[in-house]
Design a protein around this ligand. Structure first.
Ligand SMILES: NC(=O)c1ccc[n+]([C@@H]2O[C@H](COP(=O)([O-])OP(=O)(O)OC[C@H]3O[C@@H](n4cnc5c(N)ncnc54)[C@H](O)[C@@H]3O)[C@@H](O)[C@H]2O)c1
Length: 255
C-alpha cells in the first residue's frame, strides 16, 4: 500500500486506534493531521512520526464537540498539505466509563446526569457529523475523498446503562454512513463505517466474549481500514463492516 501525497485527518489521534492508524498511515507515506484534546500525548506522537522521516504529521487541538475546532482542523490541514483525502473519526468512548460515573451515587440510566450523556452523544455522533460537514466542502472541490466512521458492536446490541454510546454508534453506522455515501456519490466521495467488537486498546476488553474467544489486536482493525483506503478497497462504500470475531453472530444466551 502506498499513501504518498495523501492526507488523512484523524480524530482521537493521541491514543489507541487513532494513534495506531496515524502511525501506520504515515509509515506508508501518507501525511496525517492528528486531532485530539490531549495535546501532551499528541505532541509527543507527532514528533515521533516526523522523526521517522516518512509521511509528515501535524498535531492540532480539537474538541470534536465544537464545530469551530473541527472547521479549524480542516482549514489548517488543507492549507498545510493542499488536500484532504481521508477523515478517520476515531474520537469516541462510552460516557459512563470516560466520565467515571459513580454507580453507587447514580445507579441507573435515569439517575445519571444528562450532562454525562450529552458528552457521549456529542463526541460519538456529533463529532463525526461535524467532520463530515466541514470536510465535504474540500472533498467536493477535489472530487474525491473517504470518510471512515468507527462504530461498535454495541451499536448492534444496545446498552441499558451506557445508552448514549449505542444510540450514537448506530447513528453513524447506518444513517450517517449511508447518507454521506449518497451525498458523495457524484463527487467521488465514499463513506464506510468499520465497527469493531472488543479491541485490546484497554486490557479489560478481553472480558467481552466473541465466537473466537478473544478480543482483537488493534492492528487487525487498522489493517481493515487501510485496505478500505487503499487502491484495492475503492469499491467499498456506504456500508457498515463488522469486525468483531463473530460476536454479532453469537446466540443471545452466549453473550
Ligand atoms: N476499544 C474497543 O474495544 C472499541 C470497540 C468498538 C469501538 N471502539 C471505538 O473505536 C474508537 C477508538 O477507540 P480506542 O479504544 O482506540 O479509544 P481511546 O480511548 O484509546 O482513544 C480515544 C481518543 O479520543 C480522544 N478524545 C476524547 N474526547 C475527545 C474530544 N471531545 N475531542 C477529540 N478527541 C477526544 C481521547 O483524548 C483519546 O485520545 C472509539 O470511537 C471507540 O468508541 C473501540
Amino acid at each position: 500500500m502506498d499513501f504518498n501525497n495523501k492526507t488523512a485527518i484523524v480524530s482521537g489521534a493521541a491514543s489507541g486506534m487513532g494513534l495506531l492508524f496515524s502511525k501506520n498511515f504515515a509509515s506508508l507515506g501518507g501525511n496525517v493531521v492528528m486531532a485530539d484534546i490531549n495535546m501532551t500525548d499528541l505532541n509527543k506522537y507527532v514528533d515521533e512520526i516526523n522523526s521517522a522521516g516518512k509521511g509528515k504529521a501535524l498535531g492540532i487541538y480539537c474538541d470534536v464537540r465544537n464545530y469551530s475546532d473541527v472547521k479549524n482542523v480542516c482549514e489548517k490541514a488543507y492549507n498545510y498539505f493542499g488536500n484532504i483525502d481521508i477523515i478517520a473519526n476515531f474520537a469516541g468512548g462510552t460516557a459512563v466509563r470516560v466520565q467515571k460515573v459513580d454507580f453507587n451515587k447514580y445507579p441507573e440510566f435515569p439517575d445519571i446526569p444528562i450532562e454525562v450523556y450529552d458528552w457521549g452523544i456529542d463526541v460519538n455522533l456529533k463529532g463525526p457529523f461535524y467532520f463530515a460537514h466541514a470536510a465535504c466542502k474540500y472533498m467536493r472541490e477535489q472530487k474525491g475523498g473517504l470518510i471512515i466512521n468507527i462504530g461498535s458492536i454495541t451499536g448492534m446490541e444496545g446498552d441499558g446503562c451506557g445508552v448514549d454510546y449505542p444510540t450514537a454508534k448506530s447513528g453513524i453506522m447506518f444513517g450517517l454512513t449511508k447518507s454521506l455515501a449518497q451525498f458523495g456519490s457524484k463527487y467521488g466521495i465514499r463513506c464506510v463505517c468499520v465497527s469493531p467488537g472488543p479491541v485490546l486498546t484497554r486490557p479489560e476488553m478481553a472480558k467481552m466474549k466473541t465466537l473466537l474467544n478473544r478480543a482483537a489486536d488493534p492492528q487487525e482493525i487498522i489493517d481493515l481500514i487501510l485496505f478500505i483506503a487503499s487502491e484495492k478497497g475503492q469499491f467499498i462504500n456506504g456500508t457498515n463492516i463488522m469486525i468483531d470475531g463473530g460476536r454479532d453472530a453469537m446466540r443471545r444466551n452466549q453473550v
